[in-house]
Design a protein. Sequence first.
Length: 106
Amino acid sequence: MDYQIIAVDFDGTLCYSNWPDLGEPNRPLINYLKGQKALGNKVILWTCRAGKDLERAIAWCRERQLEFDAINDNLPEIIALYGNNSRKITCDYIDDKAVLPAMVNG
């Protein structure tokens, strides 16, 4: 695999929102992800949203020209590689709930 897989959360990460509302875009992150896609990397939308709320989030991203290679799922090539679709996705993850090791250790 010669590309990076990046999964990104929606609420509080891509969108400064208070679920189920939609809010202001995190423009630096959106621009970063667009740049990563332009480099050939893959981006997954990984969110707890479902149904109409998920559809609204996807439409919100599309309005900002951000498209995803998968939504709440592994990439098809990862499923083929491992022969199954694990509930744990293969990726680097960007989330507002992340805790950095330096924050924990120092």
